[in-house]
Design a protein around this ligand. Structure first.
Ligand code: NAD
Length: 361
């Protein structure tokens, strides 16, 4: 067989808990897809053992020159980080946020996809077309890491902590434009902007004003500005009104978990952390965490990770292949091959086998 026309170099970082199981599952599906591509493309994987066990051995969440190493890859395929033996802020900042922040992966895209055969807690999901995408500002906002703790000056029981959110006009504008550009590619051309600008009168008012200004450049796109409390109600009561939802780091993080729960499970939700300028590799990962409660049992739902692979294919311009993967996943859920979290009894391996078989359809 001749060499594939294009080989994509992917850095796999399974990290902790179910991250290891779902990344292995996703790799098997992506390799099967590449095998069926008639030599169009292949993946060359390097796997890195960074995460909480690496931290226990070395005192670091990733190699000291890890970012330098990762720069040379076409993309990063990530599992989940966090384990009960290490404080969550150390694991998250030491690995995942270290990569997203330093590689300026400022656009985090999290589609909310309803799968055939998966029961949604929303009754209207049975007879209403629901499909929206959360666009999360991924470089500043509430996760800018600014603040400090005054451990001693006020004496025992009087500690003070300050956590500052950072909003820059450039940061707001680039993610809002990204959301509008994405809306233009969708069936329903609408952007809902989410803030809490009634209570947070500086950063979030800057966001609202930037949204109103940018919207003028997209007269073909419908808009609305909604407070985050009202938007969480809307996710449940009027989700058919949504197409692209753009929000700050924290608000979009919470709303996208709500969205994936409404679609049936956190285990279904895919995400992409894009550096849209392509100066650095982008990173593709499920929305869920390391799920210590089910880790090692072979029952983790691999669909969020598999569909993050579909987002990676789209990023490489392989849109037909991404659609094929999405179809294979939908055929799998429709046929009742479901993990425990979505009401079935299938193992991770059984879902992978079914998705691979359905790639032929
Ligand atoms: N991106 C990330 O790496 C990321 C995101 C969220 C949480 N975390 C970390 O993960 C750890 C656990 O956090 P948590 O419990 O709040 O969130 P979690 O997403 O790990 O788990 C929440 C619930 O969803 C279930 N779940 C998650 N993924 C699943 C899957 N693929 N299949 C079936 N069920 C699944 C879990 O069993 C659990 O009941 C913490 O250390 C946290 O910091 C990491």
């Amino acid at each position: 067989m001749s060499a594939p026309k294009r080989t994509y170099k992917i850095a796999a970082i399974p990290a902790d808990g179910v991250g290891k199981e779902v990344v292995a599952a996703g790799r098997r599906v992506l390799d099967a897809l590449a095998e069926h591509s008639n030599g169009k493309f292949a993946f060359a994987w390097d796997e890195f053992d960074w995460g909480s066990e690496y931290y226990a051995r070395t005192g670091r969440m990733m190699a000291e020159d890890g970012l330098e190493t990762l720069k040379n890859y076409d993309a990063i395929y990530f599992g989940a980080v966090g384990w009960p033996t290490v404080p969550d802020h150390i694991t998250l900042w030491g690995l995942r946020l270290n990569i997203t922040q330093n590689f300026d992966q400022w656009a985090n895209v999290r589609p909310v996809h309803f799968h055939p055969g998966v029961v949604s807690p929303l009754r209207k999901a049975d007879d209403t077309h629901l499909d929206w995408v959360v666009v999360r500002e991924n470089s500043e906002g509430e996760y800018a890491g600014l603040g400090g703790r005054n451990l001693s000056a006020r004496g025992p029981g009087n500690e003070v902590a300050l956590q500052t959110a950072l909003f820059t006009e450039k940061g707001c504008e680039r993610i809002i434009r990204f959301a509008f550009d994405l809306a233009r590619t969708r069936r329903v051309k609408k952007v809902s902007s989410v803030t809490k600008s009634n209570a947070q009168q500086y950063g979030m008012v800057l966001w609202d004003e930037t949204f109103a200004r940018v919207a003028q450049d997209y007269p073909d796109v419908t808009t609305e500005s909604v407070l985050v409390d009202a938007m969480s109600a809307k996710f449940v009561l009027k989700p058919e009104d949504l197409s692209v939802v753009v929000a700050s780091n924290l608000n979009a993080d919470i709303l996208s978990d709500l969205g994936s729960a409404l679609a049936g499970s956190l285990g279904l939700a895919a995400s992409a952390n894009y550096n849209p300028e392509r100066r650095f590799p982008s990173m593709f990962e499920p929305v869920h965490g390391s799920a210590p409660d089910i880790a090692g049992q072979g029952v983790a739902n691999p669909i969020g990770t598999i569909l993050s692979g579909a987002l990676m294919l789209e990023h490489f311009g392989l849109t037909d292949e991404a659609a094929r993967l999405q179809k294979a996943v939908d055929a799998t859920t429709a046929s009742g091959v479901l993990t425990r979290d979505i009401g079935g009894t299938a193992t991770t391996d059984e879902v992978v086998a079914a998705v691979v078989a359905n790639l032929q359809l």
